[in-house]
Design a protein around this ligand. Structure first.
Ligand SMILES: [Fe+2]
Length: 338
């Protein structure tokens, strides 16, 4: 494919992983991807699970392009009409797209800014626990989704509403031997956010919500073997997407003051070190494709009183790896009926 060979695939500035692809014409590009459907997923894998595509603004007028581009990444593009608890997020043109937006009817509020808002060097904070909200999509389900495609229909101003990504493969490879030996056999307990099982809720003694089968909690390995690259990667969330009532780790003292909590802080601090992170400052028409099996990400604050932000996302399932082989989906069918 000429877009691969004519120098339009570039290293991603500011990152030790990921690739940047400059697109001239989103329609032509999408047809080329469909004509050779293995190429873009292979590139994502080579890039360590992160691709930034510039120039995909045609998706705004033709949302189906986003769904078409999602199909090569797995056997099934999620239909959120069947899986989402929040039908107000569905895109009017396709139930395979959800809108993450502060606009009504989505009313998705941005996270709080970190405190302090900048590092001592004046940089955007990325590292846990200064930066909070690191997660991988839908880790509260088994099997979890493989890939997400995230499109900026209407981004916040460039210096706000960034998305941060961290490299789970690099994080595993840089883990010291003692911590690696612990992490290798560790199981995290993941839960849907904002259900009263998060760290702050437990710390403040709030009553947990009733969970349904879509919300977890679900156990997940802390170290996953990527089914395509064969490389190990850390797989972990924090704050809202770990279950601090039953976890954050199975078989260890639960809660916010226990041994498991201390271990999670150590692992997440390591995972989100600046050398392993990338901050994406969004332009309209950007599309970021990320592999949830080997990266985590975090949203940042924007001034929702002054600005709107409207981001469109698809999620793709199909190849979680041998660890999940033969499992029914935790949120439907036999797995739920028992
Ligand atoms: Fe996410």
């Amino acid at each position: 494919m000429d877009w691969v060979h004519d120098r339009k695939v570039l290293p991603l500035p500011g990152a030790t992983f990921g690739r940047l692809i400059e697109i001239d014409d989103a329609e032509t590009f999408t047809s080329a991807v469909e004509g050779a459907p293995d190429v873009l997923p292979a590139l994502l894998c080579e890039a360590g699970g992160l691709l930034v595509l510039k120039g995909m603004g045609a998706i705004s007028g033709h949302p189906e392009i986003l769904v078409r581009l999602s199909h090569p990444f797995g056997s099934e593009v999620e239909d959120y009409a069947l899986t989402s608890n929040r039908h107000n997020l569905l895109h009017p043109a396709s139930t395979r797209i959800i809108r993450i937006s502060n606009r009504p009817p989505m009313n998705f509020e941005p996270p709080e800014p970190p405190n302090p808002p900048r590092t001592e060097d004046g940089e955007l904070p990325v590292r846990f626990p200064h930066r909070r909200g690191w997660h991988t999509d839908q880790s509260f389900r088994r099997p979890p989704p493989d890939i997400s495609l995230f499109y900026a229909h209407e981004p916040a101003p460039r210096d706000q509403g960034q998305t941060l990504y961290a490299d789970g493969t690099g994080a595993w490879e840089r883990l010291d031997d003692d911590l690696a030996a612990i992490a290798e056999n560790l199981v995290g307990i993941h839960v849907a956010p904002f259900k009263g099982h998060g760290e702050d809720d437990v710390r403040d003694g709030r009553e947990p919500h009733a969970l349904n089968e879509r919300d977890g909690p679900q156990p997940q390995p802390v170290v996953r073997v990527h089914p395509v690259s064969g490389r190990k990667a850390l797989y972990l969330c924090e704050r809202e997407q770990m279950d601090w009532i039953h976890g954050p780790f199975a078989g260890m003292e639960p809660g916010v003051h226990g041994e498991a909590a201390q271990l999670l802080y150590r692992l997440m601090h390591h995972f989100t070190q600046p050398a392993l992170t990338y901050a994406h400052h969004w332009d309209q028409g950007d599309l970021v494709i990320y592999d949830n099996r080997c990266t985590i990400h975090s949203a940042t604050w924007f001034d929702a009183a002054k600005h709107n932000r409207d981001m469109w996302r698809t999620t793709v399932w199909g190849n979680p790896g041998p660890f999940y082989e033969g499992e029914s989906r935790s949120w439907e069918g036999d797995a739920v009926r028992g």
